[in-house]
Design a protein around this ligand. Structure first.
Ligand code: PHE
Length: 340
């Protein structure tokens, strides 16, 4: 039995030496020291030994077990340490490497202009409201006093969804929505997309952006309208910008006007960009709200009056940034957008 135990020790130590991973080591532990292991099996035979022999063999068996246990424990620690070192090397991070640069976006020039406009008018006490891009024909035309046969109602000018629903051709229907909901006095602006059946050229696009303003109160006059327009033009374009009102016609305002600002390039002297006129393209339409429109919204025109304006945001952006082609605003070419 003594030989048997020594042989087990020898073969255990031999096998342990060759082990290179923890799994294999555990297998060996079970094989030699486990409940069904070799040493246990030897110890089962002790019942056949004499009283004198039993403690001696028992002692040897314990010694062998301890030696094997120690050896396994030692190797276990070595293997763990080795594995940790390997992991540290494999997962090493070179903190001196340059990082991956994130591309940080910024506002599209149109959004900047809209926010700037909203801020200018909020500072004048206006509230910012929103209206839907899909509108009723009634809000877009009828309530705004546009006659049945007005050319802008034509199928070739407007995107109809059904006979009664369309893509709004301007932001003016927001006026109707607000006047029907809020009692005067009121001061609102509203920015958003608008749609017309236009062929694309340097200054036209079937989808474009407008910014609407509406003021209703007692004793509002054309002087209030002009003052507001002058103030906003100076805030947006600078003090030296000249403003020109030209008489015009809109069904929903009376009197009505279109507004030009001086050419951004030559500041009014006349240059190729403005065809020598000194004036940029028209940037907004405006006027005193038509009494019929007030009536349509349940507001008494004998008591209240007001003004409204609608400006082309794309055109403001073009004049402000010296952009000569409206397509650039919608093509999302990074080389263009990065300049703002
Ligand atoms: N809705 C008009 C347009 O699209 C602009 C406008 C708005 C004119 C408000 C007068 C008053 O051309």
């Amino acid at each position: 039995m003594k030989e048997r135990l020594n042989a087990i020790k020898e073969s255990a130590l031999n096998e342990i030496k060759k082990v290179t991973d923890l799994e294999k080591l555990e297998e060996l532990r079970v094989k030699f020291l486990g409940k069904k292991g070799e040493i246990t099996q030897v110890l089962r035979g002790m019942k056949d030994l004499s009283k004198e022999e039993r403690p001696i063999i028992g002692k040897i068996a314990n010694e062998v077990r301890e030696v094997i246990e120690d050896e396994i424990e030692k190797l276990k620690l070595d293997l763990k340490e080795k594995m940790q070192k390997e992991r540290l090397i494999a997962e090493r991070i070179d903190i001196s490497m340059p990082g991956k640069e994130k591309i940080i976006g910024h506002r599209h020039p149109l959004i900047s202009v809209m926010e700037e406009l909203e801020n200018v008018f909020m500072n004048m006490g206006f509230s910012v409201v929103q209206g839907p891009e899909i509108e009723t024909v009634y809000n877009n035309f009828d309530a705004l006093n546009s006659p049945e046969n007005h050319p802008s109602r034509d199928l070739s000018d407007t995107f109809y969804i059904t006979d009664d629903i369309l893509l709004r051709t301007h932001t003016s229907p927001v006026q109707i929505r607000v006047m029907k909901q809020v009692k005067p006095p009121l001061r609102i602006v509203s920015a958003g997309r608008t749609f017309r059946f236009d062929d694309v050229d340097d200054t036209h696009s079937p989808m474009f952006h407008q910014f609407e303003g509406l003021v209703i109160d007692k004793n509002i006059t054309m002087a209030n309208l002009k003052d507001t327009i002058y103030k906003f033009v100076r805030e947006i374009f600078g003090e030296d910008m000249k403003v020109r009102f030209r008489p015009h016609y809109f069904p929903f305002t009376e009197p009505s006007a279109e507004v030009d600002v001086s050419c951004f390039k030559c500041k009014g002297k006349g240059c190729p960009a403005c065809n020598g006129t000194g004036w940029s393209m028209e940037i907004l339409g405006c006027g005193m709200v038509h009494p019929k429109v007030l009536k349509n919204c349940g507001i008494d025109p004998e008591v209240y009056s007001g003004f409204a304006f609608g400006l082309g945001v794309d055109r403001i952006a073009m004049v402000k940034y010296g952009i000569n082609n409206i397509r650039l605003l919608f093509e999302n070419d990074m080389r263009f957008l990065e300049q703002f």
